[in-house]
Ligand binder design. Structure first.
Ligand SMILES: Cc1cc2nc3c(=O)[nH]c(=O)nc-3n(C[C@H](O)[C@H](O)[C@H](O)COP(=O)(O)OP(=O)(O)OC[C@H]3O[C@@H](n4cnc5c(N)ncnc54)[C@H](O)[C@@H]3O)c2cc1C
Length: 497
């Protein structure tokens, strides 16, 4: 039994006859080959990159335009069906898992760059455009799209809007929300609206800001005006190695406390270094307990001063060596190692559960000790590769789900990690979103009043509660249901929390 958001709905069960009529109507509006209903085709859209169990999508629509999205929404509404928007499906919180046999509307075929205005600092793009393809498309004009999730080769701009994605360079530039100027949206009732304004911050309430990070619960983005950032005149990249995670963590706190703001400040621990170096061959030190990858960007003199300052701070905090990338090739190799870390872990174990919590940077060293303790107690291998400058932890628990009892230990470790981070004054998610994964932990960080107002805002967009059911808000968020007396998160079918 799935507990739907807001607790007030009964799960929709469609009949076989309805399904046939629905598919026929969608095929008439889109095309036969872009409306998928065979189990073989639909299985690809049943899950995302999280460890959460798949669910059967009722039907999958591969839309090619705003008009097609609006038509699919109108048809789904006519049949009383739920809708789950989907980009590339790389989400790590279960955000695209189609509960209630939702109609999945995926934007992968809407992947064009529509207009580029580099002198005005923005471009209009379609939501299915891959993050890295956007930067590739505009880089010859001296600009780039700053948010760079490690998944940037595969994740879409629409999905980035859905999750308010982060990335290594968001330390300096801010997460997705700071780079989205306006969004054309097909709203839950099928109307088309533009939230935000390319002429500047729109007067009135910031509905663009509300929509970014709404995880497919308030409509679907069909065109997005993204901010373009000028390429910096100078970039320098450093790799500092430490004997322990604790030393590296203290160096992170010391760099930030010194007033320096690197463009990126990333950490990899020993397990991760070994996994990555085995195939990336980036010259990572195999005997190190942890490395920091630090990037500085800006005008030449300031960047050179920053290199000297970071080197001095790292050395003072115990760094064995500080390597400065000699050229763009070496820099690219170091980033390849960092951004490919998740792929490299397949050499260790076949399954992973990647966590995403934020802690105050001053507490980083002690929380990293706790993460190690928790993994040891549960007899699990943990790799750490994360946005250390933001205090955004990514403990990566690797396991083989065929091992008896291991899945339970993975979830127990995950629960303890989340609780330790929250107790330290942290936040549930730095970038992956809430989805199904963290939904039932929301009362740990939000008051009943706060959750009630979040639920009310959602209802303004989606009064029939048809959009991405079961995601983000736990049952009882509105209507004054008692959530906060609960002793802990609720375990629901389909969601591992
Ligand atoms: C190896 C790996 C590394 C990763 N590294 C990072 C990282 O560094 N930073 C980071 O933030 N994330 C990271 N992620 C997670 C993931 O890539 C991001 O959450 C990304 O933003 C998801 O994009 P997507 O296109 O795959 O979206 P999906 O997974 O398809 O969807 C994500 C959410 O957005 C909603 N959505 C999708 N499209 C739209 C739309 N057009 N309109 C409205 N809502 C929509 C969906 O309903 C869902 O709730 C990583 C994932 C992997 C597998």
């Amino acid at each position: 039994m799935i507990i739907p958001a807001c607790g007030a709905r009964v799960a929709c069960v469609s009949s076989h006859y309805d399904d046939e009529q629905l598919v026929a109507a969608l095929r008439a509006a889109l095309s036969v080959d872009r409306v998928l209903d065979s189990p073989f085709e639909k299985v690809l859209y049943a899950k995302d990159a999280s460890a959460i169990a798949p669910e059967d999508p009722g039907v999958v629509c591969l839309a090619t335009s705003t008009a097609e999205v609006a038509a699919a929404v109108a048809i789904a509404n006519r049949f009383g069906r739920s809708i789950t928007p989907r980009g590339s499906g790389t989400g790590l919180a279960g955000g695209t898992i189609p509960l209630e046999r939702a109609v999945v509307i995926t934007t992968t075929k809407m992947n064009r760059v529509l207009e580029v205005h580099e002198h005005d600092g923005y471009a209009w793009v379609e939501p299915g455009l891959l993050n890295l393809d956007l930067t590739r498309a505009v880089s010859a004009r001296g600009v780039h799209y700053a948010p760079d999730p490690s998944s940037q080769q595969t994740c879409s701009i629409g999905g980035n809007v859905g999750t308010n994605a982060g990335g290594p360079h968001c330390l300096l530039h801010g997460v997705t929300s700071a780079h989205i100027i306006a969004i054309e949206v097909v709203l839950p009732n099928g109307e088309i609206a533009v939230l935000g304004d390319i002429r500047g911050d729109a007067a009135g309430y910031d509905l663009r800001g509300v929509f970014v990070g709404s995880e497919g619960t308030m409509g679907i983005a069909t065109k997005i005006a993204v901010r373009l950032t000028p390429n910096p005149p100078a970039i320098r990249t450093l790799l500092a190695d430490f004997s322990t995670i604790r030393e590296a963590s203290k160096a992170v706190s010391a760099i930030i406390a010194s007033g320096l703001l690197p463009a990126a400040l990333e950490m990899m621990d020993a397990n991760c270094i070994r996994a990555v170096e085995n195939w990336a061959h980036a010259g990572l030190p195999l005997d190190a307990g942890a490395v920091l990858l630090v990037e500085l960007e800006g005008v030449v003199d300031v960047v050179n001063d920053g290199v000297a300052d970071v080197s001095r701070i790292c050395t003072a905090q115990g760094a064995g060596s500080v390597r400065v990338a000699a050229d763009a090739t070496e820099r690219a190799l170091l980033w390849k190692a960092r951004k490919s870390a998740f792929g490299a872990i397949a050499n260790i174990k076949p399954n992973y559960y990647l966590h995403d919590c934020v802690v105050p940077r001053t507490r980083l060293a002690e929380i990293m000790d706790e993460v190690t303790r928790i993994a040891d107690e549960q007899e699990l291998i943990v790799l750490n590769v994360f946005h250390a400058g933001d205090g955004n932890l990514h403990p990566l628990l690797v396991y083989d789900k065929r091992e008896p009892g291991v899945v339970d230990r993975v979830h127990e470790a995950g629960r303890q990690i989340i609780e330790v981070c929250i107790a330290a004054g942290g936040m549930l998610s730095g970038e992956h979103g809430i989805g199904l994964e963290k939904r039932d932990y929301m009362p740990l960080v939000f008051s009943a009043i706060d959750l009630d107002y979040q639920a009310r805002i959602r209802l303004v967009f989606d009064p029939d509660q048809k959009w991405n059911p079961g995601k983000v808000l736990p049952g009882g968020s509105s209507c004054g249901e008692a959530l906060h007396d609960a002793s802990g998160p609720v375990v629901v079918a389909g969601a591992w929390v």
